[in-house]
Ligand binder design. Structure first.
Ligand SMILES: Cc1cc2nc3c(=O)[nH]c(=O)nc-3n(C[C@H](O)[C@H](O)[C@H](O)COP(=O)(O)O)c2cc1C
Length: 322
């Protein structure tokens, strides 16, 4: 049976989103916490955002995995040690982030251009910790050909899992996921492989499953923002239910309003989700514009309600095609 994870989306899938999502749509195997950057020389171990994300009281009953973004094994172990103090037993390593500010420092997917250093990093980490370590990787920095050597290195270590987003850093979020490159990972028998990239509907999943019948673990990010019910729909072969998605959104607004200070910040958070959710609806036209321009929660809510009332959900026939 397939298992589904929610991808880390920095600025979006923080503890508020995860808590509300888990309450409305349980069934996610793991939620990955957006990346934490080690700060061994700073006064505070974690930023306010990072601490909010990892506090056990913010994640009660929710299966979460923290993620670290660094190219220094000493810093990884230092931060992992502090995460262990909060009770975490599995840590994910980010070698996928394509952001220029990250890549320019040879971190995230920028580190993929240094396979020997990746080897050294993993060697040191596995030598010095008994934590479970999973890796979230792209297939290379500049070209998919880099993936052969990277895979060879990953296979030397007892990774808990390997999440593969089959794009290079250069692809950013453009082009389509490179399934020929992913096929190399799909053949791996050393540890479980998780497919990640562009799964938004049952049809998208079907396409991947047909080609890779042995892959049963999937991670979804933007697809869950577009349709928060996506994972449940896939598990139960159901269609998105407007009322349930509305209830989720309503609850999210309430919890953000409680946890964040100021209407503007709450509005920003909700509009960010709507950048993705708007794609779930047919012809949201005028109301989409109003929602985008809303300066107050009341205007936002009115536009959002009208979209839910007036627009059809796009994929009402997805299962007929699968
Ligand atoms: C806004 C945004 C923030 C992201 N933040 C992170 C992050 O903190 N850590 C990470 O590994 N990937 C991050 N990603 C990448 C996603 O986890 C995921 O790999 C990517 O979106 C592809 O999957 P999808 O097509 O299912 O969204 C981010 C992506 C987006 C769009």
């Amino acid at each position: 049976m397939n298992q589904y994870d929610v991808a880390p989306l920095e600025g979006i899938t923080g503890y508020v989103f995860r808590g509300v999502h888990h309450r409305h749509f349980p069934g996610v195997r793991k939620y990955y916490i957006p990346f934490i950057e080690p700060k061994p020389n700073a006064k505070k171990i974690f930023t306010g955002r990072e601490l909010g994300d990892i506090l056990p009281e913010h994640n009660e009953g929710i299966p979460v995995v923290p993620q670290i973004l660094t190219n220094k094994w000493e810093d990884f172990l230092w931060t992992a040690g502090h995460l262990q103090e909060y009770g975490y037993t599995e840590i994910n390593w980010n070698v996928g982030c394509p952001a220029k500010t990250v890549v320019s420092k040879n971190r995230g997917s920028g580190f993929l251009a240094f396979p020997e250093e990746i080897d050294e990093f993993l060697y040191r980490v596995f030598e010095k910790t008994d934590l479970k370590i999973s890796v979230k990787t792209r297939i290379g920095r500049d070209a998919a050909e880099e993936f052969d050597q990277l895979l060879e290195i990953y296979e030397k270590y007892p990774l808990e899992e390997l999440v593969v987003h089959p794009r290079t850093q250069k692809d950013f979020y453009g082009n389509t996921p490179d399934l020929d490159a992913f096929e190399k990972a799909a053949k791996c028998r050393k540890f479980p492989i998780i497919y990640n990239g562009d799964i938004q509907t049952a049809e998208d999943l079907k396409r991947i499953q047909t080609r890779f019948p042995d892959i049963t673990r999937y991670m979804m990010g933007r697809g869950v923002l577009r349709n928060p019910q996506l994972i449940e729909n896939l598990q139960q072969s159901t269609l998105p239910d407007k009322q349930r998605i509305w209830n989720f959104l309503d609850d999210l607004e309430e919890v953000y309003s409680r946890e964040l200070s100021g209407e503007t910040v709450v509005l920003f958070k909700l509009k960010e989700i709507w950048c993705y959710m708007i794609k779930l609806f047919d012809n949201p036209g005028k109301q989409a514009g109003k929602l985008k321009k809303a300066k107050h929660l009341s205007d936002y809510k009115q536009a959002a309600r009208l979209i839910f009332e007036e627009c059809e959900i796009k994929e009402n026939d997805i299962y007929s095609n699968c």
